[in-house]
Every structure is written in structure tokens, then in C-alpha cells.
Design a binder for this molecule. Structure first.
Ligand SMILES: C[S@@+](CC[C@H](N)C(=O)[O-])C[C@H]1O[C@@H](n2cnc3c(N)ncnc32)[C@H](O)[C@@H]1O
Length: 232
């Protein structure tokens, strides 16, 4: 990084720059998600993907009993492991993801889905206000610091139309969390109770919750799918 780029980085990401300076790490470095970190692979990964798609499908069924789902969005779509479930209900599906290599894989697997790579998911600049009927995050916010989660949720609230739904599936029970959960440049695992998400999603209302099912041999602290609705 040249001096101009270093200054630009500090101006654009003051908090990240501060954490990196404090921990002696190179400026601009951050945790990079690879395919293995998105979800377990192999037999366990196959069963998990089935169960995860099932809980998404149940939420979509519940939402579609109330309203027509034409346009759906996944924020933090990874390599597209789960997003195809949205195409069972919506005519148009958008996946937003930060990691370019995951987006490349996703596009090669699912060309009918509109994957958009962004350097940050804290803003959704290509998505208009109130243009989405159903949005979801799936094990994304649990890996982000509080301020960033609030920013993502504010953007999701902005893009979902009145009467539309948001499914947030994240870990909510304590356990197996990372020691540090305040540094956005590290791998973070922070579990927040349903009440916290419900508060941060206001004025959207909590419509239902369902446990994220987990294979018997896997960590049972798998998370909760929280379905929210924009009522006004
Ligand atoms: C565990 S993966 C889940 C991916 C996908 N939702 C799924 O279930 O297959 C977490 C995803 O969130 C994204 N992510 C995590 N922390 C992020 C951050 N601070 N900013 C942007 N994206 C982040 C990662 O790039 C990754 O795609």
C-alpha cells in the first residue's frame, strides 16, 4: 500500500485502521471468508444445507401466505449455498456478498441469480427503497460487530417494502463465541438474543421464530430463524 492509499484507507475505515494499528497488523488486512468457513463440507455439510433450506422454505411459505413474493434478497450470500431456495418463491433473486472469490463461485453455479459483489454490505446502494418483498441473512450478522449489524439491518429495513418480510437466521444462545467481538477485522462470532434483534429491527415486528434444525452430530447451538414484517 502506497502512502496515498494508506491515507485513503484511514479516511474510509477509521475504526478498522485503529484496530489494526493497535494490534500491529498491516493496514487494510481483514479476515477473509473461504468456502470452508461458510459452512462445513462433506456429508455433514450436505445434511446441514438440506436442513437450512428447509427452515428458509418454511419462512417463505409463511410469508407468502400473507403477501406475494416477487423480489427476494440475500445479504451475505457466500457462494450461494442456500440462495436457490428463494427462487422457489420469487421471480427475481439478488445475492449481495463481499468476498469476490465466493461471488465468482456463486455465479458459476447459479447464473440465473443476480450476484452483486460489494466491498462492504453495510450499505446496499444498488437496491432501491422499498423494492424487496423478502430479505434474509443466514449466519452473517453473528460474525459482525454491533455497529455493523445495526447498519446492515437499517439498510435491510430501507429496501424492504411495507408488508414485506425479513428472515434473520443467526445464533442467539450463548456459547462457542469468540473472545473478541469488537474488532471488525478479526473473525467474530457473537450470539445476540432474539430480543436484541427484535429491538434493532424496530419498527418491523417479530412475526415468528423457528429453531434452525441441526444434524445430530453437530453443535446443537445452531441458531434461530427470526421472521420480521414491515407493517407500515
Ligand atoms: C458463515 S458465511 C454464510 C454465507 C451464507 N449466508 C450461507 O449460509 O451459506 C458468512 C458470510 O457473511 C459474510 N460476512 C461475514 N462478516 C462480514 C462482514 N463484516 N462484512 C461483510 N460480509 C461479511 C462472509 O463473506 C460470508 O459470506
Amino acid at each position: 500500500m502506497g502512502s496515498f492509499e494508506r491515507i485513503a484507507f484511514v479516511v474510509r475505515h477509521p475504526r478498522r485502521a485503529f484496530y489494526q494499528w493497535r494490534s500491529g497488523r498491516p493496514l487494510g488486512s481483514r479476515y477473509v471468508y473461504d468456502v470452508a468457513r461458510v459452512a462445513p463440507q462433506g456429508p455433514l455439510g450436505n445434511v446441514m444445507a438440506y436442513l437450512d433450506r428447509r427452515v428458509i422454505r418454511e419462512s417463505l411459505q409463511e410469508a407468502s401466505r400473507e403477501t406475494k413474493i416477487r423480489r427476494a434478497l440475500e445479504v451475505g450470500a457466500g457462494y450461494g449455498r442456500l440462495i436457490m431456495t428463494l427462487t422457489e418463491f420469487a421471480d427475481e433473486v439478488i445475492g449481495v456478498e463481499r468476498e469476490p472469490h465466493l461471488v465468482e463461485t456463486a455465479r458459476s453455479l447459479l447464473p440465473e441469480i443476480d450476484f452483486r459483489q460489494q466491498d462492504t454490505i453495510l450499505r446496499l446502494p444498488t437496491i432501491d427503497d422499498g423494492s424487496i418483498d423478502f430479505a434474509m441473512t443466514f449466519t452473517v450478522l453473528q460474525h459482525m460487530v454491533d455497529d455493523d449489524v445495526r447498519a446492515v439491518l437499517a439498510e435491510i429495513r430501507r429496501v424492504v417494502r411495507p408488508g414485506g418480510f425479513v428472515m434473520v437466521c443467526e445464533k442467539v444462545e450463548p456459547g462457542d463465541e469468540t473472545e473478541r467481538s469488537d474488532d471488525p477485522t478479526l473473525f467474530v462470532s457473537k450470539h445476540r438474543p432474539v430480543d436484541v434483534y427484535a429491538e434493532w429491527m424496530r419498527p418491523f415486528t417479530l412475526y415468528s421464530t423457528r429453531p434452525r434444525p441441526a444434524p445430530a452430530s453437530w453443535n446443537r447451538n445452531s441458531g434461530t430463524a427470526m421472521l420480521f414484517r414491515r407493517t407500515a
